[in-house]
Design a protein around this ligand. Structure first.
Ligand code: SAH
Length: 220
C-alpha cells in the first residue's frame, strides 16, 4: 500500500525502519514479514499525534474499549508462524485496531477479520478502507464461532488469549491448514495447529505471550 498524502512522512518511515531493526534483533528473520511491517503506517491506527513516538515503540498500546493494538513483535511473531503466501485466505479473530489485518493484507493475503466489540468494529472498518486496505473484509461477531459462511480458510490467527482451542475454528481450516493461537489464562503459549485430515489435528508449541482475553458473545 502507498499512502499518497502527507500522513506518512520521511519521519514516520525512519521511525518504522528503526522499529523493524529492533524486531529483527529480537529474532524475526522472515524478510516478507519485516517488509510488511516496514510498509504499514502504524501511527495512523488510533494513535493521536500526541502519541507519535508510542506508535513506533515495540509495545502494545490502548485503543479504547479496554483493548490494545498488539505489540509489533507479537504481530511479527504470529505472522511469521503463518508463513503467508500471496492469495491465501486468512481469518483473523480479534480485529481490534486492524493493524495485524493490514500486515496480512500487505503480504497479499485475502483477509477476513472478526471483532466482538461493536464500537471497535465500527471504528476500524472505515479506517482500513481509508488507509487503502479496502480488500480486508470486516465482520462484527463472536470469533469462537468463526465465519462458517466463508470457510474453509488456508490459515486462521487468533489475536486474543483463548481459554481453550475453539472447535469451530479447527473445523473451518482447510486440510493442511494452520491455526495460530495463544492459549492459556494468565500467560499464553503460542500454538500452531495443523489440520492433517478431516478428523485429525496436530499441535506445535512455541513461546509464551500475554494477550487480552478472548471473550464469548458479542458486545454492543
Ligand atoms: N489484532 C488486533 C489485536 C487486538 S486485541 C490488532 O492488531 O490491533 C484483541 C481483540 O480481540 C480485541 O479487540 C477484542 O475485543 C477482540 N476479541 C476478544 N474476544 C473476541 C471474540 N470472541 N471474537 C472476536 N473478537 C474478540
Amino acid at each position: 500500500m502507498n499512502i499518497n498524502d502527507n500522513r506518512d512522512t520521511y519521519l514516520h518511515k525512519g521511525m518504522r525502519k528503526k522499529l523493524v531493526e529492533a524486531i529483527a534483533k529480537r529474532g524475526i528473520i522472515n524478510k516478507t514479514v519485516l517488509e510488511a511491517i516496514n510498509q504499514v503506517p502504524r501511527h495512523l491506527y488510533f494513535f493521536d499525534s500526541v502519541f507519535l513516538e508510542k506508535a513506533y515503540e515495540d509495545k502494545a498500546f490502548p485503543i479504547g474499549e479496554e483493548q490494545t493494538i498488539s505489540q509489533p513483535y507479537t504481530v511479527a511473531y504470529q505472522t511469521s508462524l503463518l508463513e503467508i503466501k500471496k492469495g491465501e485466505k486468512i481469518l483473523e479473530v480479534g480485529t481490534g485496531s486492524g493493524y495485524q489485518a493490514s500486515v496480512l493484507a500487505q503480504m497479499g493475503a485475502k483477509v477476513y477479520t472478526i471483532e466482538r466489540q461493536k464500537k471497535l468494529f465500527e471504528k476500524t472498518k472505515p479506517m482500513l478502507a481509508d488507509l487503502g486496505y479496502a480488500t480486508i473484509k470486516c465482520f462484527y461477531g463472536d470469533g469462537f464461532a468463526g465465519l462458517p459462511t466463508f470457510a474453509p480458510f488456508d490459515k486462521i490467527v487468533v489475536t486474543a488469549a483463548a481459554p481453550f482451542i475453539p472447535e469451530q475454528l479447527l473445523k473451518q481450516l482447510k486440510i493442511n491448514g494452520w491455526l495460530v493461537i495463544p492459549v492459556g489464562e494468565n500467560v499464553q503459549s503460542m500454538k500452531r495447529i495443523t489440520r492433517v485430515s478431516e478428523l485429525n489435528w496436530t499441535e506445535e508449541v512455541f513461546a509464551d505471550f500475554k494477550f487480552v482475553p478472548m471473550l464469548t458473545g458479542k458486545s454492543s
